[in-house]
Design a protein around this ligand. Structure first.
Ligand code: ATP
Ligand code: MG
Length: 433
């Protein structure tokens, strides 16, 4: 239906006929002159109609058209110093494809900033704003790059089931669903499946996946449906091998975001690409840093939200560090499959980004007997893990992996809330649209 997007209409094409399709963004009527701003995916273009020059029926259509109607405009490109991009279209044909109702449920011209609920209730409309759609174009580029990077590093894309029979990890709450005459659950992570694949000889796998978590959070960084990149790799010497993949991957993703110049300009952001290798701080070092600032966390406890935030601020302000690893967590605070390191420590790590956890990972236990012991220790029943434990009895190599929250990463990258970077977020209160 169109010959060009608005951004493809360039001064070099002056005098040529083009066909553009999009929405009526704005209209201005100066009597003899009528302006219409057409918006499409790539931007805006001014359509200028003049009494005595433009056909009368086109002038009438422009008069009566409601904002946000879908139109097709055919016309000649004309250079114009007064037009926003230095050029305009003089219409020879205007087709009203689908008229918009009015009043509009929200303003698309950004003159009035709508609250988050109104925006999410009308997400299709919210996304018409370039400031909003740019977030998702950037997100798409970043995810694309992660796939490209990992497949380039010989990782195989896997696909784990999202309907499962029992908890993968314990701890986080599951959403029960009815599965014919049985109860089943939505998967909270592909953890057990990606580990099982380590016994298959595929060695390096990843999945761009969804976590379903029935946690009753109500924060700006938690959702109940989460996008993540989940990865597992075999024949590792230690968790350090996994951390190297994670830091390379994350920096590649950030680099890609930083190269999306048009989107960053539209949303008014600058992105700093972290230098490799990333800094590593042990859990104990972090507790000390926090204690020096008056924030005491008893050894063994999780670094809470306030602590995470303060740590992020300290590292950023004192050392200019935005992206960093925290290593050597207490074993007790980590899931059952985490490899112990000496007595009370674990071979685990988190990736922090400006004071928010964006990824967790570890070397995993590959000994069957130790795994059974750890499952029992977590008050879980090894019988529920039969299909998983079997893989550890017939040749399981040493392995490790991580889960990287894409929503979290995007949110920290662009300094937004998690609801800003997810098209249709699911939280405790929101199930539609
Ligand atoms: P948190 O402690 O921040 O709630 P978690 O430690 O429970 O997260 P993991 O199980 O380690 O989360 O999941 C790996 C990654 O997935 C997290 O680092 C985060 O980026 C993302 N993630 C997990 N749960 C959520 C959630 N409810 N909302 C958004 N992202 C999440
Ligand atoms: Mg975690």
């Amino acid at each position: 239906m169109r010959s060009h997007y608005s951004s493809q209409v360039k001064p070099e094409l002056e005098g040529e006929d083009v066909i553009l399709c999009g929405w009526v963004h704005e209209k201005r009527d100066l009597g003899k002159l009528k302006f219409l701003v057409l918006r499409d995916r790539e931007g805006f273009i001014q359509v200028t109609a003049k009494k005595g020059v433009t056909r009368d029926d086109i002038l009438e259509d422009i008069n009566s058209l409601s904002r946000e109607s879908v139109i097709q405009v055919k016309g000649k490109i004309k250079l114009s110093k007064k037009a926003p991009n230095g050029l305009e279209i003089n219409p020879s044909n205007l087709k009203v494809i689908n008229e918009s109702g009015s009043p509009l449920p929200m303003d698309v011209t950004q003159k009035v900033d709508a609250d988050m609920d109104t925006r999410l209730n009308n997400r299709f409309m919210d996304l018409r704003k370039p400031e909003i759609s740019s977030i998702f174009r950037l997100r798409s580029a970043v995810i694309n790059r992660s796939r490209e990077y990992l497949t380039g590093e010989d990782f195989i894309e896997m696909c784990s089931p999202k309907i499962i029979a029992s908890a993968s990890e314990g701890g986080t709450d599951l959403f029960p669903i009815s599965y014919f005459d049985r109860e089943a659950f939505l998967a909270q992570s592909p953890q057990l499946y990606k580990q099982m694949l380590m016994a298959s000889g595929l060695d390096k796998v990843f999945e761009t996946t969804t976590y379903f978590r029935a946690e009753e959070h109500d924060t700006r960084r938690h959702l109940n449906e989460v996008s993540a990149i989940d990865l597992e790799m075999a024949f590792i010497e230690s968790e350090e091998d996994v951390m190297r993949v994670l830091e390379n991957l994350t920096v590649e993703m950030i680099k890609t975001a930083s190269s999306c110049k048009k989107e960053l300009e539209t949303i008014n952001r600058e992105i700093k690409v972290p230098r490799l290798p990333l800094n590593r701080f042990t859990y104990d070092e972090c507790l000390n840093l926090l204690a020096q600032e008056g924030k005491e966390i008893p050894w063994g406890e999780d670094i809470d939200t306030e602590g995470e935030k303060l740590l992020g601020k300290l590292l950023q302000e004192k050392q200019g560090i935005e992206l960093y690893f925290i290593t050597g967590y207490p074993l007790e605070s980590k899931p059952f499959y985490t490899m112990p390191d000496g007595g009370k420590y674990s071979k685990s790590f988190d990736l922090g980004f400006k004071g928010v956890e964006v990824s967790s990972g570890s070397q995993r236990i590959h000994s069957h007997d130790l795994l059974v012991e750890r499952i029992r220790h977590h008050n879980l029943d090894p019988e529920n893990f039969e299909y998983y434990l079997k893989c550890f009895q017939y040749g399981m190599p040493p392995h490790g992996g991580f889960g990287l929250g894409v929503d979290r990463l995007m949110m920290q990258l662009l300094d937004l809330s998690i609801r800003d970077v997810v098209m249709f977020p699911r939280d405790r209160h929101r199930l539609t649209p």
